[in-house]
Design a protein around this ligand. Structure first.
Ligand code: UN1
Length: 505
C-alpha cells in the first residue's frame, strides 16, 4: 500500500464520518501513520486561550446537563452508541491507520466503546444511593450522588478512542460534561468521535453546546486542562512520568485525579499449568498490539519444572510470528508507534544484555521503508529481576525469570513499582487461590489461565502503586464521576444531637 493510498483512505473515512478538511488539513500538528511513516493529516492545534474558553463552555454545558434526568441522559448515550455501531467499520479502520493496530484490534477498540455505552445506558437508571440507619429518633440518613462537573479526559495513543469512552460514557450519564485531550499522536480518531457525538446530539434534539469539547495539542494544552479549577475531575491515561505531573498538579488545587499509568504486568506459570494454553495466552499477551498496551505481559515467571518444556517452544513462536503491514496483511505484529518507541526498545535490550540477559529477537524488520518501525518481538531470559525488568518499556519485550517456590514467585511478581495487571497459569486450586488472596498479586487486575491484557469493560479497570490507583469503566467506577452527598433529615419535633451530645438553651 503506497503513501498516497493511505492518505486517500484516511481522507475518505474522515469525510464519510463528517470531519471537514478545515479540521484536518493546513494545521500545525502533523499526524503520522505508523504503518508507513507518512504524514496523513495536519491538524490545527487549540491555543491556550481557546482551551480556556472551551473549558468555560464545558462548565456552562454542565450546569444545564446536570438538570436533565439521568435516564434521559442515558438515551443520549444510546444514540451515540447507534452512531458507533453504524460507524464501526470505518472508525475501526481509522484506528488501524492512525495508530497501526491490526484490523481486528481496530474493530475491537470500537466494540469496547459500544460495550461501555451499553453499560452506561443501563447505569443511567441506577446510580443508586443508600438509606442508612440513623441513630436519632425521627431521622432519615441517606447518601445520594450528584453530577461532579467538567471531567477532563487525557487519553493515550494506544487506545485512542476506547479509553475515552470508558470515561465519557459514564460521565455523560452521570450528568457531567467532558473536555477531551486526545494524544497528539492520534487526533483524527478523536475528531471522528466528536463528529459522531454531534450526529447523536442532533438526533437527541440537541444537547448543551460544549457538552463535549476536544483540545488538540501537546503537553501545554494538557496542562491548561489539568490546572483549571473548573475541572473537578481529571482522568489521565499514559506513562507514570506524565501521571506524576498530572496527579501533583490536580492535587494542588484539590481536584480529583483518576490515573491509569504504567504497567509492568507479569504472569506466573506454575507446575500444574496447561502449557499449550499458556503458550497461546503468552503470545497474545506479550506480542499483541506490538506490546503497546498498558496491560501487555512484560514478565513471565516460570517454575523450574516446566521451564524447559515451555520456553524453547515460546522462543520458536517468537522466531516465527508474522510481522507486517497491519492494513494489507494478516500479520499478528504491526508497527511500533515511532522512532522514539523503537529507540526505547533498543535501549532496554542493551540494558538487559548488560544485566546478563539472553535476548531472542528484538531486531528491526523492514516492512514499509525507513520511516516506519517494525520489530521482531523480543523474549529475554534473565538471571534476575534487575534494571530494565523493573521498568515499563512500551514495546514487545518479555522478560523470563525462573522460580522454585510460589512465595518466591509472588515476591518477584510484586517486586516492581507498577501494579496494573497480573495472571497465573495452573490447575492447582491452592496455588491459584493463594495468588488471588491478600498475600498474592498486588495488582488491580488478577487473572487465572489467561494473559494480563484484554480486560472486559464490565470490571473496574486500573491498578495500584505507580499505576496510579484510579479505576475506570465497569463495576462502581461511575462513583468517581459523581459527587457524594450525605443527607440527614429530621422529621420530628425534637432536636436530638448525634453521639448523645446535650446543648439545651
Ligand atoms: C490500555 O492499554 O491503556 O485490557 C488499555 C486491555 C484493554 C485496554 C487496555 N481492554 O488490554
Amino acid at each position: 500500500m503506497s503513501h498516497t493510498s493511505i492518505q486517500t483512505e484516511v481522507r475518505d473515512i474522515l469525510e464519510k464520518l463528517g470531519v471537514t478538511a478545515a479540521d484536518t488539513q493546513g494545521g500545525t500538528l502533523d499526524v503520522v501513520s505508523p504503518v508507513d511513516g507518512s504524514v496523513v493529516a495536519s491538524v490545527p492545534e487549540t491555543s491556550i486561550a481557546d482551551a480556556g474558553k472551551l473549558i468555560g463552555a464545558s462548565h456552562e454545558a454542565f450546569l444545564a446537563w446536570r438538570l436533565v434526568p439521568a435516564p434521559r441522559r442515558g438515551e443520549f448515550v444510546r444514540l451515540l452508541n447507534e452512531e458507533l455501531r453504524a460507524g464501526k467499520e470505518a472508525l475501526g479502520r481509522l484506528v488501524s491507520l492512525e495508530v497501526g493496530k491490526s484490523p481486528s484490534e481496530g474493530l475491537g477498540e470500537v466494540q469496547e466503546m459500544i460495550d461501555i455505552c451499553d453499560f452506561a445506558v443501563g447505569l443511567s437508571r441506577q446510580l443508586y444511593g443508600l438509606v442508612i440507619q440513623s441513630e436519632r429518633e425521627d431521622h432519615r440518613l441517606t447518601e445520594q450522588w450528584h453530577p461532579a462537573g467538567v471531567v477532563g479526559v487525557i487519553s493515550a495513543f494506544n487506545f485512542p478512542v476506547a479509553v475515552w469512552s470508558w470515561n465519557a460514557a459514564l460521565a455523560f450519564v452521570c450528568g457531567d460534561s467532558v473536555v477531551w485531550k486526545p494524544s497528539e499522536k492520534a487526533p483524527l480518531t478523536a475528531l471522528v468521535v466528536r463528529s459522531l457525538f454531534l450526529r447523536a446530539a442532533k438526533k437527541f434534539g440537541g444537547v448543551p453546546d460544549g457538552l463535549l469539547t476536544v483540545l488538540i495539542g501537546g503537553a501545554k494544552v494538557g496542562e491548561a486542562l489539568v490546572d483549571d479549577a473548573r475541572v473537578p475531575v481529571v482522568s489521565a491515561t499514559g506513562s507514570t512520568r506524565m501521571g506524576r505531573i498530572v496527579g501533583e498538579r490536580v492535587a494542588r488545587r484539590f481536584g480529583r485525579a483518576i490515573l491509569e499509568l504504567g504497567g509492568n504486568n507479569a504472569s506466573i506459570v506454575t507446575p500444574s499449568a496447561d502449557l499449550d494454553l499458556t503458550l497461546r495466552a503468552v503470545a497474545f499477551g506479550a506480542m499483541g498490539t506490538a506490546g503497546q498496551r498498558c496491560t501487555t505481559m512484560r514478565r513471565l515467571i516460570v517454575h523450574e519444572s516446566v521451564y524447559d518444556a515451555l520456553i524453547p517452544k515460546l522462543v520458536s513462536v517468537y522466531k516465527n510470528i508474522s510481522i507486517g503491514n497491519p492494513i494489507t496483511s494478516d500479520a499478528l505484529v504491526g508497527p511500533l508507534l515511532d522512532q522514539r518507541a523503537y529507540d526505547g526498545m533498543q535501549q532496554a535490550l542493551d540494558a538487559a544484555k548488560k544485566a546478563g540477559g539472553t535476548v531472542h529477537g528484538g531486531e528491526r524488520v523492514d516492512v514499509n521503508g525507513p520511516k516506519s518501525y517494525y520489530v521482531r518481538p523480543a523474549l529475554i531470559e534473565m538471571p534476575s529481576q534487575t534494571g530494565p525488568v523493573c521498568e515499563e518499556t512500551f514495546a514487545p519485550i518479555l522478560y523470563v525469570l525462573k522460580y522454585q517456590d510460589l512465595n518466591e514467585a509472588i515476591a518477584l511478581h510484586n517486586g516492581v513499582p507498577q501494579g496494573l495487571s497480573s495472571s497465573i497459569f495452573g490447575t492447582d486450586i491452592r496455588e491459584i487461590e493463594q495468588f488471588l488472596s491478600a498475600r498474592g498479586s498486588d495488582c488491580g487486575i488478577a487473572n487465572v489461565n489467561m494473559g494480563t491484557s484484554g480486560a472486559e469493560i464490565g470490571g473496574a479497570f486500573g491498578g495500584e502503586k505507580e499505576t496510579g490507583g484510579g479505576r475506570e469503566s465497569g463495576s462502581d467506577s461511575w462513583k468517581a464521576y459523581m459527587r457524594r452527598q450525605t443527607s440527614a433529615v429530621n422529621y420530628g419535633r425534637k432536636l436530638p444531637l448525634a453521639q448523645g451530645v446535650k446543648f439545651d438553651i
